[in-house]
Each structure stands twice: as C-alpha cells, then as structure tokens.
Design a protein around this ligand. Structure first.
Ligand code: HEC
Length: 175
C-alpha cells in the first residue's frame, strides 16, 4: 500500500466524519431558515421548560416552549431584553383525545400530544438580527427547515406587535 493511498483514505475519512458530525450536531448548513439562517439548535429537545400552551381553531395543537441556559437565566432573573445567545424553541403536536386514558377515567377528559406539527426557533443576536429587533427566526417540520420566505416574513411582523418591554417574546415563565 503506497503512502499516497493511505493519506488519501485518511483524508476521505476525515471529510466523511466531518460531514457526519455536522449532521449529527444539527449544524447542517443547508437546513437553515431563509432570511435569518437559523438552524435547529443541537440538543434543544433536552432544554428546560418555560411554559406550555394550547392553540384551538385551525391549529388545534398543544405546545411546549423550551429555553437554552441563557434564555432560562434571563427568564428567572426577569432580564429584558434577552441577552445575545438566548434561544427559545416552541415544539407543537396535534391535540388529540386519549382513548386509553379516557377508558381509565371513565369519561372524555384526556387530551395528549399526537403527531408533531412543527418546531419554531427564536435566536437572539442583536448584531446579526438588528433589523428584526435582535431576533432571528426559523420553522422546521420533521427536522427539515420550512424554506418559505413568505412564512418566515410573518414571524417578526407578528411578534413585533408586542409592547417593546416584552422583547418580542410572548411566553411567560410558568412557575
Ligand atoms: C400571527 C402572529 C404570529 C406569527 C405570524 C408567528 N408567531 Fe410566534 N408566537 C405568537 C404567539 C401569540 C405566541 C405565544 C403563544 C403560543 O405559543 O402559541 C408565539 C410564540 C412563539 C415562540 C415561543 C416564544 C414566544 O415568543 O412566546 C416562538 C419560538 C415563536 N413563536 C416563533 C415564531 C416563528 C419562527 C414564526 C414564523 C415562522 C412565528 N413565531 C410566527 C404569534 C405569532
């Protein structure tokens, strides 16, 4: 085996590994939002709970709002505006009755999370996102970014309707 062959193989494996690690980390450069370049943050499913919510109507979902450590610290110390590096994730699922639970209760009262609908991400970077109040936005379905520019342009437009003191964030900390 020539030294060139060995070098070539090592180089190819290094490239392959880098690619695999990038995907495993969620740092897949192609999987980021239009306009803001926001990706799915690695490990967001393990973040702490800020609050929960239920939207009726056409959405008919149940959702949890999670924060990374910087966002949680800001919530717990009532710090506004949120510091750079804060990330808030909103996960939503279909709001469905649980036949299994209702059979135990003996009446229709139990609703649980069904299929996932989408994940929305807010990232605070007051320099990069100066034009949108310091926040960048992204929406993901089944782990893939929603590429719609029309959709992504609705995010800031609606969040910006809050009073300035809320720093574009609706969710209150659920104690
Ligand atoms: C029509 C208004 C509206 C639009 C458009 C909208 N949001 Fe929101 N968003 C809300 C409201 C109201 C809440 C709080 C209630 C809830 O969670 O359902 C919220 C909550 C959130 C949260 C949890 C943090 C917070 O602010 O409470 C994130 C993250 C989020 N939205 C991201 C997005 C993204 C990303 C988009 C665009 C793809 C978007 N939103 C579009 C109104 C909107």
């Amino acid at each position: 085996m020539s030294v060139w062959y060995i070098r070539g193989t090592a180089l190819a494996s290094a490239f392959l590994m880098t690619g695999l690690i990038a995907i495993a980390d969620g740092n897949d450069a192609s999987n980021t939002s239009p306009v803001y370049d926001v990706g799915l943050p690695p490990g967001y499913r393990d973040w702490q709970v800020i609050g929960v919510a239920h939207e009726a109507g056409a959405l008919n979902d149940i959702r949890v709002i999670l924060g990374n450590d910087i966002a949680m610290k800001a919530y717990r110390s009532a710090t506004r505006p949120f510091p750079d590096g804060s990330i808030i994730a909103r996960l939503a699922w279909k709001y469905v009755p649980s036949a299994e639970n209702n059979a135990i209760f003996g009446q229709q009262q139990s609703f649980v999370a069904g299929d996932p609908t989408n994940v929305q991400i807010d990232v605070k970077d007051s320099t990069k996102y100066a034009a949108s109040g310091g926040w960048g936005y992204g929406q993901f379905e089944n782990g893939r970014v929603n590429p719609s520019v029309d959709l992504i342009n609705t995010c800031f437009a609606c969040h910006d309707r809050l009073p300035k003191s809320e720093d574009l964030v609706f969710t209150r900390y659920a104690p």
